[in-house]
Design a protein. Structure first.
Length: 221
């Protein structure tokens, strides 16, 4: 509505200017003629100025509209880039976490398998070597437990396998304890009990590690 009023006013100004020139043309006498042309010229200048202002205002409005449009497109593009970067960072963090979990699973399953299949009374190895082997296994399991405790994630996708790994490491830690304490048993009955607990805990740990590995593989597909 505002633009229509401005155009109408400019049309009226043009009409009045044209009328002023018509009056000036028909004026008689030098004074009246000069005054009429002066007024008509002033009106013409004012009309031209008004037209120029109107055109410039319209151009400025279009430029501003185009500028706002470009700014909006720029913001959308920046937001899209930010979302992509966030997604890439999240994916990178997730892949890093998966790599660490898989490493823990591999090491843990290896320790569990070793304890399951270990010959606790290997006659080809002296007692001190057997004790050192058991102590080294317990030390490695303790380190594995510490490494797992350092892992922190808010990714709910891996909450279940992480929980399974935690249970597996707990069972593995118990197994390594009984593995080492086996060689300090007071009698054969205590040896049998500790060996049985050792094998059971190691088997439980191994099974939990395998379940966690399957869940991680499924989540990655």
């Amino acid at each position: 509505m505002q633009m229509t009023v401005e155009v109408l006013l400019l049309a009226v100004a043009c009409g009045i200017t044209l009328l002023a020139y018509m009056i000036a043309i028909n004026a008689h006498g030098p004074t009246r003629l000069s005054l009429s042309y002066f007024i008509a010229t002033v009106m013409l200048a004012g009309t031209v100025w008004g037209i120029v202002q109107y055109v410039n205002t319209d151009l400025d409005a279009r430029k501003m509209e185009e500028f706002k449009k470009l700014e909006a497109e720029k913001q959308i593009a920046e937001q899209r880039v930010q979302l992509q970067e966030q997604a890439l960072r999240a994916n990178k963090e997730r892949m890093g976490y998966v790599t660490k979990l898989n490493s823990l699973i591999s090491l843990g399953a290896g320790h569990a398998s070793s304890m399951i299949n270990s010959d606790l009374q290997d006659r080809s190895i002296d007692l001190d070597a057997l004790i050192r082997r058991a102590s080294e296994t317990k030390k490695n399991v303790d380190l594995l437990k510490k490494d797992f405790e350092k892992l922190i994630t808010s990714d709910s996708l891996f909450s279940e396998p992480t929980s399974l790994i935690k249970e597996a490491i707990g069972a593995l830690s118990e197994a390594s304890y009984y593995y080492r304490s086996y060689y300090y048993s007071e009698d054969s009955d205590q040896e049998d009990l500790r060996e049985r607990i050792l094998r059971q805990k190691a088997r439980l740990a191994y099974d939990q590690f395998q379940k966690a590995n399957s869940l991680i593989a499924t989540a990655g597909n």
